[in-house]
Write a protein that binds this ligand. Structure first.
Ligand code: DP6
Length: 344
């Protein structure tokens, strides 16, 4: 039996991916940019086993068996096995005919708008690549599991290039800057709700592609400029500009969700209270000190520099005092070195 266990972290986008041009290959309408979180805090842990004694491929997610007859799982597994077979002398070749068993769990709420599928598929694809001894870029494979997963394969700041090839071969993730480039950066995740979201990102973005006029404008007129500008801000460690673009992109993404018909409402009153608080906090200084971004859920991800963490936490504790169940803090998460690690 061959067995391998890996851990992969979550990533939080500052330029959002929202909308596909190819549903099956998971090709996006626009580039996106994210930071990968510390592996210590929020991660997926996946064990893959291959054995000649296994009768069929099986998967357990957070302890519950799920079907393997799922297009996305199949795409990832088939592509990894295809690459393993390409290498004649590959140890993966001998085991690529065996069935596999997969066990995966997240140490944070699943499907609550906290990028659980990103960490999950990044971890699965990384683990399979180790098992089958597949080398080279595997972000294009993780992308076929869940688009945002391709960004979790790299640490630090990461860009997913939309690409233009019909087969998706150039729709891959690359690192913009390693975590060591901006070591003062911190991410604070405010868990407003750990309930599963009503409309998944996949279904929500498909509805947006079909019905939102604002999405077309966003893709053609806003995201390309914003992407270049935020990459520049990251390289120059210009927090003020980084913060400005991050908040605007999050707000525009949620505006697109509201422009979708019927609308998708992901943020709630607590989310909006956090937005107002951050704007008040920032206007007390000349430059932005904190920035917020919300994925397809009500939970806030705040980016800030380490020097600001104690002050902001004091303010948050004052506004959302302990015992108030509307906000639960996960600790500040430094963007750490290793994106994906192999346990043994
Ligand atoms: C709002 O990657 O979960 O988090 O490709 O359909 O699996 P699929 O969608 P997914 O969408 C993530 C959307 C987002 C923005 C982002 O992470 O860029």
């Amino acid at each position: 039996m061959n067995i391998i266990t890996c851990i992969a972290p979550v990533n939080i986008a500052v330029i959002k991916y929202w909308g596909k041009r190819d549903e099956k290959l998971i090709l996006p309408l626009n580039d996106s940019v994210s930071a990968t979180l510390s592996i210590k805090e929020m991660h997926a842990k996946t064990t893959v086993m291959a054995s000649p004694n296994f009768k069929e491929d099986k998967i357990w997610l957070n302890g519950k068996e799920e079907t393997f007859q799922n297009q996305r799982l199949q795409s990832c597994l088939q592509e990894i096995r295809r690459r393993a077979k390409q290498k004649a002398d590959n140890k993966g070749d001998s085991i690529s005919n065996w069935s596999i068993h997969v066990c995966s769990e997240n140490n944070f709420p699943t499907a609550a708008g906290l990028a659980s599928s990103a960490a999950g598929y990044a971890c699965l694809v990384f683990a399979l690549a180790q098992l089958y001894d597949v080398s080279g870029d595997i972000s294009g494979i993780a992308r076929q599991g869940s688009g945002s997963a391709c960004r979790s394969l790299y640490g630090g700041f990461v860009r997913w290039h939309q690409g233009s090839a019909l087969d998706g071969s150039d729709s891959i993730a690359t690192q913009v800057a390693p975590e060591s480039h901006w070591p003062e950066m911190r991410i604070l995740v405010l868990v407003v709700s750990d309930k599963r979201k009503k409309v998944s990102s996949s279904a929500g973005m498909q509805n947006s592609v079909n019905t939102s006029e604002l999405l077309k404008y966003r893709v053609s007129h806003c995201v390309p400029q914003r992407t270049e500008a935020i990459v520049k801000a990251i390289i120059n460690k210009d927090f003020d500009t980084f913060a400005d673009i991050t908040m605007k992109d999050s707000n525009q993404f949620h505006a697109v969700c509201l422009d979708t018909f019927p609308p998708n409402v992901y943020m709630n009153d607590t989310s909006h209270a956090i937005v107002n608080l951050i704007h008040s906090y920032n206007t007390a200084s000349e430059k932005n000190k904190v920035t917020y971004t919300f994925d397809a859920g009500p939970n806030a991800c705040l980016y800030l520099l380490q020097s600001e963490v104690p002050k902001l936490l004091a303010v948050l504790n004052h506004i959302f005092p302990a015992g108030n169940e509307s906000v639960e803090y996960l600790q500040g998460i430094p963007v750490e070195k290793q994106a994906v690690s192999q346990e043994f």
